[in-house]
Design a protein around this ligand. Structure first.
Ligand code: FE2
Length: 376
């Protein structure tokens, strides 16, 4: 008990970057209006705010979508020589900004930049009749950034410059997605430890202790991964790098098509994965399927679980158990034409792991898809 208290105190003491949670994830996309429709109709997200020429933002249009604590911002540029156009030219549609909700955007900027973080937006205040938001940002892997968003007492719909937007509920059927569980970055050969160190040194994260800290490297997976988490574990970032395997690493394929490091997947949590995945499937979201043999010996592998295995098999949901409990998960296919960003839907029942036991089955499914794309 004594040592636990000391450990907690030390942890608080060294948390120079307190984070309340994910604030939003901003995607740069070729056509934000149409992407917004996809996230509404397929993922059941509600369109809540807009910024664009009509609101005085002449160089871009942004749509804010929300489901429970998950908030996406979809942004598209208006001109070809805009930096956002360059981003889209290189990467296709993808994540630009993993924005973190903090109480002090100024201190977040100072503390991280003095530890070697590269600033991209100095602390800036924007105001409207609903209050003020202070935002700063630093760069991370590839062309990805982390904004620090301080929204003390701001009670507008999203941020100054955005206006609420009326959208039909008939288009979006919420599917029970609650919050972002983790977001995974793919980095280049030999770069995993460099970026783990970046999160440790610059942002005060540490290796997530409930993750097996041995690198994952099998002939199937051909990737290595380590997970870093912030002080209160609300933010978890697994970092992957390619590894030599029998066949071309899925991480290598990603990097080829994204033209560099970037966000590989966003895991969104539900507390009823059967219901959520059933609805998503009905709404046209495509999931990776593992061979049906996966379910034949599932009970033997994971023991007793609350969910009927035939229901899981019908939807293609995977299960993994560790010493704390189990977790259920499923992965979508890439959500754009380049084989880059995809989503994970997950439900935790005690387990804090990332589904390591499913890697083999999953990677075989991914390899089948890579083969179809001619990228093996
Ligand atoms: Fe994941």
């Amino acid at each position: 008990m004594q040592s636990q208290q000391t450990e907690t105190k030390t942890k608080e003491h060294i948390d120079f970057l307190p984070i309340n949670g994910t604030d939003y994830v901003e995607f740069y996309v070729g056509n934000a209006k149409q992407s917004a429709h996809f996230y509404r109709s397929a993922f059941g997200m509600k369109l809540v705010a807009y910024s664009g020429p009509e609101t005085g933002q002449r160089d871009r249009a942004s749509y804010v979508l929300q489901q429970d604590k998950i908030r996406f911002v979809l942004t598209t540029p208006m001109q070809p020589d805009h930096p956002i156009s360059e981003h889209i030219k290189h990467h296709g549609d993808g994540v630009r900004d993993i924005a973190l909700w903090v109480d002090d955007a100024e201190s977040a900027y100072e503390e991280t930049t003095k530890r070697g973080g590269k600033g991209v937006v100095e602390p800036t205040v924007t105001k409207d009749e609903f209050g003020e938001v202070k935002r700063s940002a630093i760069t991370t892997y590839g062309d990805t950034i982390h904004s620090f968003v301080e929204r003390k007492e701001y009670d507008g719909v999203f941020m100054p410059g955005f206006r609420p937007i009326e959208s039909s509920d008939l288009v979006c059927r919420p599917v029970g997605l609650k919050f972002i569980d983790h977001m995974v970055g793919n980095v280049g050969w030999g770069q995993m430890n460099t970026w783990v160190k970046f999160y440790e040194d610059v942002m005060g994260f540490r290796m997530f202790k409930h993750f097996d800290d041995k690198d994952i490297s099998t002939e199937y997976s051909a990737l290595m991964s380590k997970v870093v988490a912030n002080g209160n574990d609300r933010i978890k970032f697994p970092i992957n790098e390619p590894a030599k395997g029998k066949r071309k690493s899925q991480i290598e394929e990603y990097i080829e098509f994204y033209q560099g490091p970037g966000v590989q997947h966003i895991a969104m949590a539900t507390d009823n994965i059967i219901d959520t995945v059933g609805k998503l499937t009905d709404q046209g979201v495509e999931f990776l399927r593992v061979p049906t043999t996966y379910y034949e010996d599932l009970a033997g592998r994971v023991g007793k679980i609350d969910e009927p295995i035939d229901e899981l098999a019908k939807l293609g949901i995977l299960v993994d158990r560790d010493d704390e409990g189990y977790m259920l998960q499923i992965f979508t296919k890439p959500i754009e034409d380049r084989p880059t960003l995809f989503f994970e839907i997950s439900q935790r029942k005690g387990s804090r792991s990332f589904g390591k036991g499913n890697f083999k089955a999953l990677f075989e499914a991914i390899e089948m898809e890579q083969e179809l794309r001619g990228n093996l």
